[in-house]
Design a protein around this ligand. Structure first.
Ligand code: CTP
Length: 400
């Protein structure tokens, strides 16, 4: 089979150096990558680097190899175009259909999925002109990854950083896998919780669970690749932030509830993949609990934590909001799942069997998605990403 053809557009920002890493990831994973930098991008990384890493000649303008009509052929032949970094100027040109160099011509002739990974100073990103251009590109079906927050060029920090190249690669991989499918979550805001809460006993100890957060992260990454604005509430996961996803870190169930309730009114869908502790210690010892010679330890008294899924399902902070829960069961998996779906009042419940070697921390999962409408969607054993795609298929159908 032919390798998938990817065009890596690079526009003129300091983050161009990070695109070398993205290029490596793409080529090493079996993609045929043609790099199309802009003239200004070459101020940051030279043509020799792009050419050596991609194994293809590199040109910025339409006047080389004219007999091969590169300004049309490169775009026409691509399975994916990714522009990283995309400057404010590049977004403006793409939104308005300007075509004054090879990259902008390529963007006009490409009929494949297009991903933009913007990087610029916060003021430029937040400027209404840029925001309107981004909205235009998204409306037309492009995936525009939200920039990350962090250190910018010079001493500034803020929103505008190019996300980690590994994470941009993850978006590209998912968009390519979807082929011609539209980014059906474009214009939607989805909220995902991931990980497992920790309920502190004293400054050094907590009650926790074995959730790794991988399923929640797979849901967040998949939603971003399908065009959604994603807020991920992460409880003790320790994983890198997915590209284009706003990540809010929390520790306890009470903090998770606060973060979910704050973000939910603005969300079209809420997916509670986090393993929330049902109980927390009734008392928190501000100093470390010490063992005492000749004395048995004090029993730990627990109190119930609020049930966040039941609460958001009952309240529906936004009309038409789709709420998805997860159920980890060890016995009577389907029967328990069905009664849990009813009890919690959510629209969909992903039921999976857990055990010593199943689900927790692994890359694979097997589940049945139960619908409040009586539907049952089995998801065979496979990567957590595949389960995530099924969940979003079902959510997108319900969002209409
Ligand atoms: N959940 C929640 N708040 C809690 C506990 C759980 O929002 N305090 C959510 C989880 O994020 C998950 C779903 O509820 O989406 C199922 O959690 P689970 O712990 O399996 O359900 P329980 O109601 O605790 O049922 P059981 O005690 O039978 O395990």
């Amino acid at each position: 089979m032919d390798k998938p053809k990817v065009v890596l557009g690079v526009s003129g920002g300091i983050a161009a150096y990070k695109a070398c890493e993205l290029l490596r990831r793409l080529t090493e994973s079996g993609h045929d990558v043609r790099v199309v930098p802009t003239e200004s991008a070459l101020h940051f990384v030279g043509a020799a680097t792009w050419s050596a890493l991609s194994g293809h000649p590199v040109s910025t303008e339409v006047w080389s190899d004219v007999h091969e009509v590169p300004h049309v052929r490169i775009g026409q032949g691509a399975d994916l175009v990714v522009v990283a970094p995309a400057t404010a100027d590049m977004l403006a040109k793409a939104a308005h259909g300007l075509a004054d160099d090879l990259l902008t011509n390529t963007l006009l002739t490409a009929r494949c999925p297009v991903v933009f990974a913007p990087a610029m100073h916060t003021e430029m990103w937040e400027h209404p002109a840029t925001q309107e251009n981004v909205a235009t590109l998204r409306r037309r079906g492009a995936v525009v990854i939200e920039p990350a927050v962090g250190r910018l060029t010079g001493v500034d920090t803020g929103k505008g950083r190019l996300p980690d190249p590994t994470e941009i690669f993850e978006v590209c991989r998912r968009v390519l896998a979807r082929g011609a499918a539209e980014p059906d979550l474009a214009g939607r805001h989805v909220l995902v919780s991931a990980g497992g809460t920790r309920e502190p006993l004293d400054p050094v100890r907590f009650l926790g669970n074995r959730s790794s957060g991988k399923q929640g992260y797979a849901l967040a990454r998949t939603a971003a690749a399908r065009g959604a604005r994603v807020t991920l509430i992460a409880a003790n996961t320790g994983m890198p932030d997915p590209a284009g996803v706003d990540v809010i870190q929390v520790g306890t169930a009470v903090q998770l509830r606060e973060a979910v309730l704050k973000a939910a009114p603005d969300a079209d869908a809420v997916v509670m993949a986090a393993a929330v502790a049902d109980f927390r210690p009734a008392a928190y010892a501000s100093g470390k609990i010490k063992k005492k010679d000749g004395q048995e330890p004090e029993p730990i008294v627990l109190v119930r934590n609020p049930d966040i899924l039941a609460e958001i399902s009952a309240e529906r902070a936004r009309p038409g909001q789709v709420v998805v829960g997860f159920a980890a069961e060890t016995d009577d998996v389907l029967a328990n799942g069905r009664s849990k779906l009813q009890r919690k009042g959510c629209d969909l419940l992903v039921v999976n069997e857990v055990g010593e070697r199943k689900t927790f921390g692994s890359e694979e999962n097997e589940a049945v998605v139960l619908g409040a409408d009586g539907s049952e969607t089995p998801v065979p054993y496979g990567p957590k990403e595949a389960l995530a795609e099924t969940v979003w298929d079902l959510v997108a159908r319900r969002l209409g």
